[in-house]
Design a protein around this ligand. Structure first.
Ligand code: ADP
Ligand code: MG
Length: 504
């Protein structure tokens, strides 16, 4: 296990016209459950399908239809809770949140207000190597997504696509423990990473698979500590909620401008009004969307179509036993098992597919550090150049493992290894066979090296004289021999032979 010492939160301080202000941020992250069917129907959740083709009668709010809870979605939400070290509530319930919207044909959203499936947990957020912060999770509830209204396809009409209606979401609600824009971005990325490791959400932010409502308030230094001591929110400022953000860059910008807007208001003697706002990236400002509604505005009540959700501890234990190794544990293991730096281990574990690839390289190769070097510097660099994902890397982990094994056993030099990598990348093939067939094996045979050194020395008497009075020039001979052997001579052996022959 990782020995994590949490660093005291470092609040972002903004200087107003008169005072210093600190930021307080809490996030509600909506993560789409990685299920192929919807929460209460068997309709498909496939992204990008023909509009209104993945809609069951219950999704369309047809009278007389009854929702049936999808056990797979609940299992994934429980898994998520366990991955966030959260309490799982064996007894939870679904509530109706009533509101009208054209893309919500039922006239209500089925959610969990009073008794969520998952209780308190935590996310450890890495800010830099060795610096980690703890953000408490308040709850995770399971709910339905709404459909999509499309207003930009026709100048006079709006369209509704119900494909997304009824897709399962997990709303992951944090405590207001995030203290600055960078921390907010790092929190979302860490959460996304954990969900992807768990396989409970695919975390594709561009497709709205993971999106966040960001609550922002400002307070005077000392107020947050008073809130922490007493748990009394009255010590904090009034919050505004910035809705539906799906880019960490925009989240940071939005927090910054929203905090400055609130500071200007308060310093001007006016009050922050609790409301829902939208961020306009073009204008770089937030603007009101609707005044903040309270729970009672939605006339929440327990959904009479659904029984309370009772799950058994044995089932939870079974899911707990199936949890994969999570990012923090994997990173710590990479450091101890392979002797990697924390930075490299962080790079290799950022995406679960990268970590798996790296481990497969080590399995067919020889050395963890060497493998890390090649994955990070050569492979990632090359893939990036071609804008390819690790999933369609032309060099398989087994091939790269063989390349590193050839380096490790001194069969090829590091320089030749780069040529070999390029051949495998563009043409494919078995690295060992390529080395044999194309005569790329490193020359360690001292006889052959001696001959090459002798030839270079014989051909350059003037250089020999110079090198003998200035030993630094011996490097020139090493370079010539390497050139003459097509880069295949072992550089250390050449260097030694040159020194010896020149009598240095
Ligand atoms: P609602 O659904 O009304 O937005 P929730 O309880 O679902 O309420 O979420 C409230 C969110 O706002 C939580 O993430 C919480 O941490 C955050 N929050 C509460 N008070 C503040 C505050 N003063 N400043 C910033 N965030 C806050
Ligand atoms: Mg909310």
């Amino acid at each position: 296990m990782l020995d994590l010492t949490y660093d005291a939160p470092a609040p972002r301080v903004i200087q107003g016209a008169r005072d210093d202000w600190e930021l307080v941020i809490g996030l509600e992250v909506h993560a789409q459950v990685a299920s192929r069917a919807k929460l209460f129907s068997g309709a498909s959740t496939e992204f990008g399908a023909e509009p209104n083709s993945n809609v069951a009668f219950v999704d369309a709010g047809m009278p007389g239809m009854l929702p049936v809870v999808n056990e797979g979605c609940i299992a994934l939400a429980v898994k998520t809770g366990l991955g966030l070290k959260a309490a799982i509530n064996l007894s939870s319930a679904f509530d109706r949140k009533n509101y009208f919207y054209p893309d919500l044909p039922q006239g209500y959203q089925i959610s969990q207000l009073y008794h969520p499936l998952v209780g308190e947990g935590e996310v450890i957020v890495d800010m830099a190597p060795g610096i980690a912060r703890r953000v408490r999770i308040e709850r995770i509830h399971v709910e339905q997504d709404a459909g999509k209204s499309i207003h930009d396809m026709d100048p006079t009409k709006s369209f509704v696509d119900l494909n997304r209606t009824g897709v399962a979401l997990m709303e992951i609600v944090s405590r207001p423990d995030v203290r600055g824009p960078e921390e907010a971005a790092a929190y979302i990325l860490k959460l996304r990473q954990i969900l992807r490791y768990l396989g409970t959400c695919n975390g594709d932010m561009q497709n709205g698979n993971l999106r966040a409502d960001v609550n922002v308030s400002v307070c005077r230094p000392g107020d947050y500590e008073r809130y922490q001591e007493t748990g009394d929110f009255a010590h904090l400022g009034t919050r505004c909620e910035i809705k539906n953000m799906n880019s960490t860059r925009f989240i940071q910008q939005a927090i910054e401008v929203e905090a400055r807007r609130q500071i200007a208001l308060v310093e001007d003697g006016r009050a922050v009004v609790q409301e829902t706002r939208l961020f306009d990236p073009g204008k770089g400002e937030t603007r009101p969307m609707r005044s903040k509604e309270e729970a009672h505005d939605y006339r929440y009540f327990p959904d009479p179509d659904l029984l309370p959700l009772e799950i058994e501890q044995a089932w939870v234990d079974e899911i707990a036993a199936s949890l994969p190794e999570l990012p923090d544990e994997k990173k710590a293991r990479f450091v101890t098992e392979f002797g990697l730096s924390e930075y490299d281990a962080g790079v290799l574990t950022a995406e679960v597919e990268d970590a798996a690839y790296f481990e497969a390289v080590v399995t067919s190769g020889a050395d963890g550090k060497l493998a890390a070097n090649w994955v990070i510097n050569e492979l990632f660099g090359r893939l990036k150049k071609d804008d390819r994902a690790i999933g369609d890397s032309p060099v398989s982990a087994e091939q790269l493992g063989k390349i590193t094994a050839l380096i490790k056993s001194d069969a090829i030099s590091g320089k030749i290894a780069k040529d070999l990598f390029e051949i495998v990348y563009t043409e494919g093939g078995d690295p060992e066979r390529i080395v044999e067939e194309r005569g790329m094996r490193q020359v360690t045979d001292t006889g052959a090296i001696e001959t090459a050194v002798d030839e270079v020395i014989a051909a350059n008497p003037a250089q020999v004289e110079k090198a003998q009075s200035n030993p630094k020039l011996a490097g020139w001979f090493v370079g010539q021999v390497m050139k003459a052997t097509g880069g295949k001579a072992n550089p250390a052996a050449v260097n030694q032979m040159v020194q010896q022959k020149l009598g240095l």
